[in-house]
Design a protein around this ligand. Structure first.
Ligand code: UDP
Length: 363
């Protein structure tokens, strides 16, 4: 059986790594990797292949830069060519990026079965490009592989046949479990001179938070205010960095005292920084899950989350506005009274990829 695994951006590389490893255990599975090239540079792509023991992609589509529609069209044309030559039995897509939807659509058109990993997540916010990608990809997929119970409920509500839905757990947590020993052995905070102090780790990259001058200015005020409480270690996503430069306000961010600006970190470095943080502030999907698993308090600076289990279990809170005073108050509360995750999460045990391999082989 031949499976083409599609990756395009940072979180995809992390999710595909455990799957490719699990597929490799079965001699009857020929698992190949197609990299669309949405994220292509050393810090957003190469370092993940190296750290996650992923082989060089079998196919690299070198997608054009540009609007989402242009990228989508380019990926579709190039992926069609790969599918025509390779004729796989399955196309496996993960997450909710442009590559996920583009490749699922081409595969379905060509009569090739599609498995969607991380299916069923819904934020309810159609302003998010990711939400549209999720809804359409799920409606096209033959196998819907779900990370948390809400995903199953969402799909049933949308009329997906029950036998196509499988609650398998979370491949992002598989990667965390597998790589945690190496990540824990690192000591990044020491190199920043922070080793003995609690710090906040922060990442922000969603368009709603970083695409306008006013939201970026609010974000800078939030960081300024939080950094009065404890050091802020901020990993700067390329999108956020580019917008700060375009609006000419990067110097404002650089000048905030008690703030440590970092380039995008490798996967092991990121896990290490999360694991040792007193608190995390983010708008990342994956980091909401990683903090939940690691039992680190997380403030998600968004109006909604597609990962409600992170809220139900008590480690994650939504902060719907970039209000510096309110956020600083929450930070102080959490530092004084760290919430404990109530219970363990069903199937977030490091074995989701194995379950997925079994399901695909049996389908
Ligand atoms: N991450 C990373 N380096 C960083 C920031 C985050 O490796 O500098 C990791 C993080 O630990 C998580 C993943 O990237 O595993 C989340 O990806 P991202 O936030 O880009 O996407 P999302 O999950 O929001 O789709």
């Amino acid at each position: 059986m031949k499976i083409l695994n599609v990756v395009g951006a940072r979180p995809n590389f992390i999710k595909i790594a455990p799957l490719h490893r699990a597929f490799g255990k079965f001699p009857d599975i020929d698992s190949k990797i197609v990299h669309t090239g949405q994220h292509y540079d050393a810090s957003m792509s190469d370092v993940f292949f190296a750290q996650l023991d992923l082989p060089k992609p079998d196919f690299y589509l070198d997608v054009v830069n540009g609007s989402q529609t242009r990228q989508m069209a380019d990926i579709m044309l190039k992926f069609e060519h790969v599918l025509t030559n390779e004729k796989p039995d399955w196309v496996l897509v993960v997450g909710d990026i442009t590559s996920t939807l583009a490749c699922a659509l081409v595969a379905v058109r060509m009569g090739i079965r599609v498995a969607h990993v991380e299916a069923g997540l819904r934020s309810g916010d159609r302003q998010m490009p990711e939400e549209i990608n999720r809804i359409v990809t799920d409606s096209l997929s033959d196998l819907l592989l779900v990370t948390e119970p809400a995903g199953r409920k969402n799909l049933l509500r949308e009329g997906v046949a029950e036998e196509r839905i499988h609650l398998v757990g979370n491949v992002m947590i598989d990667a965390l479990v597998h790589h945690r020993p190496k990540a824990s052995a690192l000591n990044i905070v020491d190199t920043l001179g922070l080793s003995q102090r609690p710090y906040a780790f922060m990442t922000m990259h969603r368009p709603a938070n970083v695409d306008t001058l006013s939201s970026l200015q609010q974000l800078i005020s939030v960081i300024e205010r939080v950094a009065q409480q404890l050091p802020v270690v901020f990993s700067l996503h390329p999108r956020t960095h580019a917008n700060l430069v375009n609006f000419n306000i990067l110097p404002q961010l650089i000048s905030i005292p008690n703030t440590y600006l970092l380039k995008p970190q490798g996967y092991l470095e990121s896990l290490n920084l999360i694991e040792r943080a007193a608190i995390v502030l983010t708008d990342s999907g994956g980091i909401q899950e990683e903090t939940t698993y690691l039992n680190i308090p997380c403030l998600t600076l968004r109006t909604s989350t597609e990962r409600p289990i992170t809220i139900e279990l008590g480690t994650n809170q939504l902060i719907p506005e970039l209000n510096p005073e309110l956020i600083a108050e929450k930070v102080i509360q959490l530092l004084n009274n760290k919430p404990a995750r109530g219970t363990s999460i069903p199937f977030w045990d490091g074995r989701a990829a194995e379950r997925i391999a079994d399901i695909i082989r049996a389908s």
